[in-house]
Structure formats: structure tokens, C-alpha cells
Design a protein around this ligand. Structure first.
Ligand code: UD1
Ligand code: CA
Length: 469
């Protein structure tokens, strides 16, 4: 079945999205809707993929650079037939052309493969994927004679009795690649929308005595198109359910799947438990045996096995095995957290590596640092990385202990095995195995409080006498 060419029509305006972004670039479960269609075509065995772009062509091309997709531009949107015609040079030949619409991301590779299989067994001029739906409004209606499709009538051009037909055109077709372009030259735009309809080739083939067959979609949900933001949300919901169910079948527990968001490229290991309100976005990989409690957001990050993330955010970072994060930690981009580390409550950490077994348990800002093994960063420690002009690095070597409420003014190094006394402001290197104290020395003035109380008492008595006299 290999070697068919997929042509994806994606040049339409998408007016109803009310957007400055081309419609097919709006995201569903983390990637542009067109990406889902391309992936389904690839997975179904398409040897070549041609995307017809129009509105925002450059943006669309850029979004799919390096993904093995060919683009042709339809400068003016004159209809779906005119759109396919633009791919003539790229797609005409001996084989099969599969046509898909770029705004229908719920189509699955399995359905496409099944239709291509059906088409290659029967070899008609065209196969149309159809679906029976409750409400056919807005779709092209299938006019049939048993297995054969005689015509597809657009809603706007349909007669009242044709409008009652509830079998619709999905917008997915297989064509004989040596026939369809010739047929397209015969399509006229004498319809209510003044467009060259791809669907008109069905009648043209019939007139030529060729076969057009219907192939019913297994699941009508697959052919839901996206024209506005409500349909975008609907597609997100359907796909989200599919993705989460897939991971549940792989052994992941979702306590309340309806409250979670998992993008299409996320992977999750078995026996990981995901509580309500967890968002796993972009290229995120979660190991096995983890516990993630929401609200949490993990984006473009990888988490090892048996780690715990409680009510935290992790962006563009890597976290190893057996790590505990949160509650309320914020890991900004560029963190590399080694095994058995603890990043505790109200800790913000950025562009920092933390060595095995180290702890940053409470209330700290850690930026641009390299922290060694078994380091303890006391509560309230601030890594002072920014001088208002440049960012600087702090090194805290193996086994160091930073007392609470210290400031480490970068660039600075705390060498291995040394201590920083609580409340210190460190501006110079702390040598190995030493103690740095950098705060005003405490002085006790004996009896000062007693004297003060006595003085206040005397002043009150004097004042009383004056007021009474
Ligand atoms: C189309 C079908 C209709 C079917 C429905 C399924 C036609 C004439 N009608 O109607 O039978 O039930 O899809 O959703 O094909 N496009 C271009 N260039 C154009 C016009 C459209 O690339 O000049 C692309 C659009 O970006 C979109 C797709 O073709 O991805 C479908 O176009 P759209 O205008 O949405 O067609 P419908 O009216 O929905
Ligand atoms: Ca449409």
C-alpha cells in the first residue's frame, strides 16, 4: 500500500476563527491541527505529502520546515477543486492520491489506511469517505445508488429533499492519480458560492461511466472539521480523551482524567499516578512510578522514575530519578536536577544544575548556579545572580552547607565541605572546609532593657505631676 501521495488542502481563509494566525496553525493537544493530519497521513503510509497553502503560506511553511512535507501555493482561494489542481505537478501519476483537509485533525491513520486499502482493492476512479450524522447541516450530502456515489451536493446548492440526506461527505477521498486532474479541468464554478468544487468530479466521473464508491467512516467523530473556536475546543476535548485513554491503557493512573491536559508528544511511564489538574505540555517525558499532584504544569521537560511533583511548575528542564519537587516550586528553563534531590516549597530555580542528594527545601531563589552533591541550601537563601546589567554564576561545591537567609553574590564559589553562617552575605570565595561568617558581630549590652523600663516609668510619674498641678 506504500507510495500513495497525500494532498492536504489547507489554503482556506478560516474567517470564522477570527484570528491573525492561519487556521491550520491553531493548536490541538500541543501541535498545529495540520500537524495531526500530516502525521496521520504519514502513519497510514503516505510516500509523499503535498500541502496546499494560501492564507499565511509562509507561516505555515515555516511551522513544518524539515518535516518532509512539500508545499504548493494556491494564491487565490477559488475552491477545493482549484486547490487540488495546484498540486497537479507534484501528484499526477500512476498511483493513488489521498486528499485530506487540513482543518480535520481528528482523522486517524487507521481510517485512512482502511480507505486506501478499500480503494486499492476496488480500483474505482474515486472513493469518498462518508459518515452518517445526526445533523448534516453545512456538509455536502452523498447522493447514492447502492455502493456507488452519484454526486455530492453542497448544502448551499442542495434541493430541499437532498437536504434531508444525513450521509455526508467527510472531505477525505482517494483518487486515481491518472484521472482526477483531467476531471478537474471540467469542473465549473456555476454554483451558489462561485467556487470550483472538488466534489463536482464525482458527477464528472459518473458521466464518463467511471465508478465512485463510498467508504463509511468507522467513527463520525473523525470527520469533525474545525471552523471556529467552539469546534477547536471540541476537537481538543476528543483528542485529549484519546491521548489520556492511550496512557491509561499503558498503565498510567489518572485520578480524574477530565481535569488533565496531556499533549500528543508526551510520554508517561507505567504506574505513574496523575492527580487532577495536571498539565503535561510539549515534548515532556515522565518516567514510571511518579506521583504528580495538581495544579502542576510540566512543559518540554523530562522527569525520571519514582519522582514526586507536588503543585509545581517545571519548564524546559530535566529531573532525574527519586526527586521530590514542591509544593509550590517553580523550575524555570535550564535546570538539571540530579537523583534524590529535594526542591521544596516556594523555591524558584533557573538555569541551574543540582547534584545528587542536594536539598533546596524552602523559600529560596537559585539562579545560574552549579550546586554539587549533598549540598544543603538553608531556608531563604538568595543567589544574587544579577547586577542589573549581567547575570553571573555561583558555584556551591560538594557537601557545602549554606545557612538560612544568606545571600551569595555572584560570581562567587563556596568550596567543598565548607559552611556559610546563617544571615551571611557572601561576596568572596569560601575556601574548602571552612566557615564563612559575613554579618555584623552580635553585641549584648547587659542591663540595657531594665534601665530603659526604669526611665520610662520615671517620665510617666513626672508627666502625671505636671498634669495634675
Ligand atoms: C467541504 C466539502 C463538503 C464537505 C466538507 C467536510 C467541497 C466543495 N465541499 O466543504 O462536501 O462535507 O468539506 O468538512 O469540497 N480549501 C483550500 N482552498 C480553497 C478552498 C478550501 O485549500 O480554495 C481548503 C480549506 O482550507 C479546508 C478545506 O479545503 O481545509 C475545505 O474547505 P471548506 O471551505 O472548509 O469546505 P466546506 O465548505 O467545509
Ligand atoms: Ca470546512
Amino acid at each position: 500500500m506504500n507510495g500513495f501521495t497525500a494532498v492536504i488542502l489547507a489554503a482556506g481563509e478560516g474567517t470564522r476563527m477570527k484570528s491573525d494566525i492561519p487556521k491550520v496553525l491553531h493548536r490541538v493537544c500541543g501541535i498545529p491541527m495540520l500537524g495531526h493530519v500530516i502525521n496521520a497521513a504519514k502513519k497510514a503510509g503516505a510516500g509523499k505529502i503535498v500541502v496546499v497553502v494560501g492564507k499565511g503560506a509562509d507561516e505555515v511553511k515555516k511551522a513544518f520546515e524539515g518535516q518532509g512535507v512539500n508545499f504548493v501555493v494556491q494564491a487565490e482561494q477559488k475552491g477545493t477543486g482549484h486547490a487540488l489542481m495546484q498540486a497537479r505537478k507534484e501528484a499526477e501519476g500512476d498511483g493513488i492520491i489521498l486528499v485530506l483537509y487540513g482543518d480535520m485533525p481528528l482523522v486517524t491513520a487507521e481510517s485512512i489506511a482502511a480507505m486506501v486499502q478499500f480503494h486499492s482493492e476496488h480500483r474505482p476512479a474515486a472513493t469518498v469517505m462518508t459518515a452518517r450524522v445526526q445533523d448534516p447541516t453545512g456538509y455536502g450530502r452523498i447522493i447514492r445508488d447502492k455502493l456507488r456515489v452519484l454526486a455530492i451536493r453542497e448544502e448551499k446548492d442542495a434541493l430541499p429533499e437532498e437536504k434531508t440526506i444525513n450521509e455526508i461527505n467527510s472531505g477525505f477521498y482517494c483518487f486515481d492519480a491518472s484521472l482526477v486532474f483531467e476531471a478537474l479541468t471540467k469542473v465549473k464554478n456555476d454554483n451558489r458560492q462561485g467556487e470550483f468544487y472538488l466534489t463536482d468530479v464525482v458527477e464528472i466521473f459518473n458521466k464518463e461511466g467511471r465508478d465512485v464508491l463510498a467508504f463509511e467512516a468507522a467513527d463520525p467523530l473523525e470527520i469533525s472539521g474545525i471552523n471556529d473556536r467552539c469546534q477547536l475546543a471540541f476537537a481538543q476535548k476528543v483528542m485529549q480523551k484519546r491521548i489520556i485513554e492511550r496512557w491509561m491503557k499503558e498503565g498510567v493512573t489518572f485520578v480524574n482524567p477530565d481535569t488533565c491536559m496531556v499533549d500528543v508528544n508526551v510520554t508517561i511511564g507505567r504506574d505513574t499516578i496523575i492527580y487532577p489538574g495536571v498539565l503535561l505540555e510539549g515534548e515532556t517525558h515522565i518516567g514510571g512510578g511518579c506521583l504528580i499532584v495538581g495544579p502542576s504544569r510540566i512543559k518540554d521537560s523530562s522527569i525520571g522514575n519514582n519522582s514526586e511533583i507536588i503543585m509545581s511548575q517545571i519548564l524546559e528542564s530535566t529531573v532525574a530519578d527519586g526527586v521530590k519537587i514542591g509544593p509550590f516550586s517553580n523550575l524555570r528553563p535550564g535546570c538539571r536536577i540530579s537523583e534524590e534531590v529535594k526542591i521544596g516549597d516556594f523555591v524558584e530555580i533557573k538555569n541551574t544544575s543540582v547534584g545528587p542528594g542536594s536539598k533546596v527545601p524552602h523559600l529560596s531563589y537559585v539562579g545560574d548556579a552549579v550546586i554539587g552533591r549533598k549540598v544543603n541550601i538553608g531556608a531563604g537563601t538568595i543567589f544574587v545572580n544579577y547586577d542589573g546589567y549581567k547575570k553571573h554564576q555561583t558555584m556551591v561545591e560538594d557537601g557545602a552547607f549554606i545557612g538560612c537567609n544568606s545571600n551569595l553574590i555572584a560570581p562567587v564559589t563556596v568550596k567543598s565541605g565548607s559552611y556559610v553562617a546563617a544571615g551571611s552575605t557572601i561576596t568572596r570565595e569560601v575556601p574548602e572546609d571552612s566557615l564563612a561568617v559575613a554579618r555584623a558581630r552580635q553585641e549584648n549590652i547587659i542591663g540595657w532593657a531594665e534601665k530603659r523600663r526604669k526611665k520610662i516609668k520615671e517620665e510617666k510619674i513626672e508627666g502625671g505631676i505636671r498634669n495634675n498641678g
